[in-house]
Design a protein around this ligand. Structure first.
Ligand code: SAH
Length: 229
Protein backbone atom coordinates (compact mmCIF):
# COMPACT_ATOMS: atom_id res chain seq x y z
CA UNK A 1 0.00 0.00 0.00
CA UNK A 2 2.65 2.51 1.01
CA UNK A 3 4.87 1.47 -1.90
CA UNK A 4 1.97 1.99 -4.31
CA UNK A 5 1.21 5.39 -2.82
CA UNK A 6 4.91 6.27 -3.02
CA UNK A 7 5.12 5.22 -6.65
CA UNK A 8 2.05 7.23 -7.58
CA UNK A 9 3.28 10.29 -5.69
CA UNK A 10 6.83 10.24 -7.01
CA UNK A 11 5.99 11.29 -10.56
CA UNK A 12 3.52 13.97 -9.53
CA UNK A 13 0.86 15.76 -11.57
CA UNK A 14 -0.18 19.40 -11.97
CA UNK A 15 1.30 21.45 -9.14
CA UNK A 16 3.50 18.49 -8.14
CA UNK A 17 4.75 17.67 -11.64
CA UNK A 18 8.31 17.56 -12.93
CA UNK A 19 7.57 20.81 -14.76
CA UNK A 20 6.63 22.62 -11.57
CA UNK A 21 9.86 21.36 -9.99
CA UNK A 22 11.85 22.58 -13.00
CA UNK A 23 10.34 26.03 -12.44
CA UNK A 24 11.49 25.92 -8.80
CA UNK A 25 15.01 25.11 -9.98
CA UNK A 26 14.85 27.99 -12.49
CA UNK A 27 13.91 30.36 -9.64
CA UNK A 28 16.85 29.06 -7.56
CA UNK A 29 19.14 29.89 -10.48
CA UNK A 30 17.66 33.40 -10.67
CA UNK A 31 18.22 33.78 -6.92
CA UNK A 32 21.92 33.08 -7.43
CA UNK A 33 22.40 29.32 -6.98
CA UNK A 34 24.98 28.63 -9.69
CA UNK A 35 26.46 25.16 -8.96
CA UNK A 36 24.98 22.83 -11.59
CA UNK A 37 25.48 19.86 -9.26
CA UNK A 38 23.28 21.49 -6.61
CA UNK A 39 20.63 22.55 -9.13
CA UNK A 40 20.66 18.98 -10.47
CA UNK A 41 20.15 17.56 -6.98
CA UNK A 42 17.26 19.97 -6.31
CA UNK A 43 15.72 18.90 -9.62
CA UNK A 44 16.10 15.22 -8.75
CA UNK A 45 14.24 15.18 -5.41
CA UNK A 46 10.41 15.40 -5.47
CA UNK A 47 9.70 17.80 -2.58
CA UNK A 48 5.95 17.13 -2.67
CA UNK A 49 6.57 13.61 -1.34
CA UNK A 50 7.82 15.15 1.94
CA UNK A 51 4.81 17.30 2.82
CA UNK A 52 1.26 16.31 3.72
CA UNK A 53 -1.14 15.82 0.85
CA UNK A 54 -3.07 18.97 1.78
CA UNK A 55 0.12 21.03 1.26
CA UNK A 56 1.47 19.17 -1.78
CA UNK A 57 0.28 21.85 -4.20
CA UNK A 58 2.55 24.34 -2.38
CA UNK A 59 5.59 22.03 -2.26
CA UNK A 60 7.50 23.90 -4.98
CA UNK A 61 6.93 27.38 -3.58
CA UNK A 62 10.07 28.88 -2.09
CA UNK A 63 8.81 28.70 1.46
CA UNK A 64 9.12 26.66 4.63
CA UNK A 65 6.01 24.52 5.33
CA UNK A 66 4.76 22.80 8.52
CA UNK A 67 5.56 19.09 8.90
CA UNK A 68 3.94 18.58 12.34
CA UNK A 69 5.39 18.58 15.88
CA UNK A 70 5.99 22.34 15.56
CA UNK A 71 8.70 21.71 12.93
CA UNK A 72 9.06 22.82 9.31
CA UNK A 73 10.53 21.61 6.03
CA UNK A 74 13.25 24.13 5.11
CA UNK A 75 12.81 26.65 2.31
CA UNK A 76 14.29 25.30 -0.98
CA UNK A 77 16.56 28.34 -1.42
CA UNK A 78 18.11 27.85 2.02
CA UNK A 79 18.64 24.10 1.41
CA UNK A 80 20.32 24.88 -1.93
CA UNK A 81 22.41 27.73 -0.51
CA UNK A 82 23.70 25.69 2.45
CA UNK A 83 24.61 22.74 0.24
CA UNK A 84 26.21 24.97 -2.38
CA UNK A 85 28.38 26.53 0.33
CA UNK A 86 29.54 23.09 1.52
CA UNK A 87 30.30 22.00 -2.06
CA UNK A 88 32.11 25.18 -3.17
CA UNK A 89 35.60 24.55 -4.54
CA UNK A 90 35.30 20.79 -4.12
CA UNK A 91 35.63 18.76 -7.31
CA UNK A 92 33.64 15.78 -8.57
CA UNK A 93 30.03 14.74 -8.49
CA UNK A 94 30.09 13.77 -4.79
CA UNK A 95 31.61 16.99 -3.37
CA UNK A 96 30.19 16.49 0.14
CA UNK A 97 32.15 13.29 0.84
CA UNK A 98 30.87 11.72 4.07
CA UNK A 99 28.13 13.99 5.42
CA UNK A 100 26.20 14.39 8.68
CA UNK A 101 22.85 16.16 8.89
CA UNK A 102 21.45 17.19 12.28
CA UNK A 103 17.65 17.52 12.14
CA UNK A 104 16.18 15.06 9.61
CA UNK A 105 12.68 16.48 9.93
CA UNK A 106 10.68 15.09 7.01
CA UNK A 107 13.85 13.86 5.26
CA UNK A 108 13.83 16.28 2.32
CA UNK A 109 17.26 17.83 2.78
CA UNK A 110 18.74 14.40 3.56
CA UNK A 111 17.51 13.21 0.15
CA UNK A 112 19.14 16.21 -1.57
CA UNK A 113 22.39 15.61 0.33
CA UNK A 114 22.36 11.96 -0.75
CA UNK A 115 22.61 13.09 -4.39
CA UNK A 116 25.94 14.84 -3.69
CA UNK A 117 27.64 12.75 -0.97
CA UNK A 118 29.34 9.37 -0.76
CA UNK A 119 27.44 8.65 2.45
CA UNK A 120 24.88 10.63 4.44
CA UNK A 121 24.04 10.13 8.11
CA UNK A 122 21.06 12.12 9.33
CA UNK A 123 19.87 12.23 12.96
CA UNK A 124 16.56 13.43 14.43
CA UNK A 125 15.47 13.81 18.08
CA UNK A 126 11.69 13.31 17.50
CA UNK A 127 11.00 9.60 16.93
CA UNK A 128 7.64 10.17 15.23
CA UNK A 129 9.22 12.53 12.71
CA UNK A 130 12.01 10.07 12.02
CA UNK A 131 9.40 7.36 11.31
CA UNK A 132 7.65 9.73 8.93
CA UNK A 133 10.94 10.58 7.20
CA UNK A 134 11.60 6.86 6.69
CA UNK A 135 8.19 6.48 5.03
CA UNK A 136 8.75 9.57 2.86
CA UNK A 137 12.12 8.26 1.71
CA UNK A 138 10.99 4.71 0.99
CA UNK A 139 10.22 5.14 -2.70
CA UNK A 140 13.43 7.05 -3.42
CA UNK A 141 15.75 4.09 -2.72
CA UNK A 142 18.70 6.11 -1.47
CA UNK A 143 21.22 3.46 -0.45
CA UNK A 144 23.79 6.06 0.66
CA UNK A 145 21.50 7.50 3.32
CA UNK A 146 21.25 6.29 6.94
CA UNK A 147 18.86 7.77 9.49
CA UNK A 148 19.31 7.68 13.26
CA UNK A 149 17.37 8.59 16.41
CA UNK A 150 19.67 10.82 18.46
CA UNK A 151 20.30 14.22 19.98
CA UNK A 152 22.43 15.58 17.17
CA UNK A 153 24.22 18.05 19.44
CA UNK A 154 26.48 15.08 20.20
CA UNK A 155 27.03 14.38 16.51
CA UNK A 156 27.39 10.72 15.57
CA UNK A 157 30.61 9.44 17.07
CA UNK A 158 30.45 5.98 15.50
CA UNK A 159 30.47 7.36 11.94
CA UNK A 160 32.85 10.32 12.50
CA UNK A 161 34.82 12.12 11.13
CA UNK A 162 32.68 13.91 8.54
CA UNK A 163 33.79 15.94 5.52
CA UNK A 164 30.53 17.91 5.67
CA UNK A 165 28.18 18.72 8.56
CA UNK A 166 24.89 20.55 8.11
CA UNK A 167 22.63 21.56 10.99
CA UNK A 168 18.96 22.31 10.29
CA UNK A 169 18.13 23.98 13.63
CA UNK A 170 19.48 27.10 15.32
CA UNK A 171 21.80 27.09 18.36
CA UNK A 172 23.53 29.73 20.48
CA UNK A 173 26.96 28.37 19.59
CA UNK A 174 28.67 25.55 17.69
CA UNK A 175 28.15 22.26 19.55
CA UNK A 176 31.70 21.14 20.56
CA UNK A 177 31.10 17.49 19.56
CA UNK A 178 30.27 18.57 16.01
CA UNK A 179 33.49 20.53 15.80
CA UNK A 180 35.43 17.49 17.04
CA UNK A 181 33.79 15.26 14.43
CA UNK A 182 34.71 17.53 11.52
CA UNK A 183 37.45 15.91 9.37
CA UNK A 184 40.61 17.74 8.28
CA UNK A 185 39.53 20.08 5.43
CA UNK A 186 35.98 19.48 6.59
CA UNK A 187 33.21 22.07 6.43
CA UNK A 188 30.19 22.65 8.63
CA UNK A 189 27.29 25.00 7.99
CA UNK A 190 24.78 25.90 10.66
CA UNK A 191 22.46 28.70 11.73
CA UNK A 192 23.57 30.51 14.90
CA UNK A 193 21.82 33.15 16.98
CA UNK A 194 23.34 36.57 16.53
CA UNK A 195 23.66 39.25 19.19
CA UNK A 196 20.84 41.35 17.71
CA UNK A 197 18.38 38.50 18.37
CA UNK A 198 18.38 37.36 14.72
CA UNK A 199 19.96 34.31 13.13
CA UNK A 200 22.75 33.92 10.62
CA UNK A 201 24.21 31.04 8.65
CA UNK A 202 27.80 30.41 9.70
CA UNK A 203 30.39 28.40 7.77
CA UNK A 204 33.05 26.63 9.83
CA UNK A 205 36.13 25.29 8.04
CA UNK A 206 38.82 23.07 9.51
CA UNK A 207 42.05 23.92 7.69
CA UNK A 208 45.59 22.84 8.55
CA UNK A 209 46.17 26.20 10.21
CA UNK A 210 43.08 25.97 12.36
CA UNK A 211 39.38 26.68 12.39
CA UNK A 212 37.90 29.59 10.45
CA UNK A 213 34.40 30.94 10.84
CA UNK A 214 32.54 32.96 8.18
CA UNK A 215 29.23 34.75 8.77
CA UNK A 216 26.75 34.36 5.89
CA UNK A 217 23.08 35.22 5.19
CA UNK A 218 20.41 35.95 7.81
CA UNK A 219 17.97 33.02 8.14
CA UNK A 220 15.08 31.67 10.25
CA UNK A 221 15.27 28.18 11.75
CA UNK A 222 13.50 26.25 14.51
CA UNK A 223 15.63 25.77 17.68
CA UNK A 224 18.16 23.00 18.23
CA UNK A 225 16.66 21.31 21.31
CA UNK A 226 18.27 19.19 24.00
CA UNK A 227 17.61 15.47 24.44
CA UNK A 228 15.37 13.04 22.58
CA UNK A 229 11.56 13.32 22.36
N1 SAH B 1 16.12 18.94 7.38
C1 SAH B 1 14.69 19.24 7.39
C2 SAH B 1 14.35 20.39 8.28
C3 SAH B 1 13.97 19.95 9.61
S1 SAH B 1 13.54 21.22 10.75
C4 SAH B 1 14.21 19.46 5.98
O1 SAH B 1 14.70 18.81 5.09
O2 SAH B 1 13.34 20.24 5.73
C5 SAH B 1 14.71 20.90 12.01
C6 SAH B 1 14.63 19.55 12.65
O3 SAH B 1 15.66 19.50 13.64
C7 SAH B 1 13.33 19.26 13.39
O4 SAH B 1 12.77 18.08 12.88
C8 SAH B 1 13.76 19.08 14.84
O5 SAH B 1 13.04 18.09 15.54
C9 SAH B 1 15.22 18.67 14.67
N2 SAH B 1 16.06 18.88 15.85
C10 SAH B 1 16.04 19.92 16.73
N3 SAH B 1 16.99 19.74 17.68
C11 SAH B 1 17.62 18.57 17.39
C12 SAH B 1 18.68 17.84 17.99
N4 SAH B 1 19.28 18.26 19.11
N5 SAH B 1 19.07 16.67 17.42
C13 SAH B 1 18.47 16.20 16.29
N6 SAH B 1 17.46 16.85 15.68
C14 SAH B 1 17.03 18.02 16.21
Amino acid sequence: MSALRGAKNLAGIGMTSQRTRARMVERLREQGIADARVLGAMAAVPRHVFVEEALASRAYEDTALPIGFGQTISQPYVVAKMIETLAAGRAGDRPLGKALEVGTGCGYQAAVLAQLANEVYSVERIQALLDRARRNLLGLKLSKLRLGYADGRGGLEKAAPFDSIIVAAVAEGVPPALLQQLAPDGRMILPLKSRDGGQRLVLIERARRGITETQLDPVRFVPLEAGKA
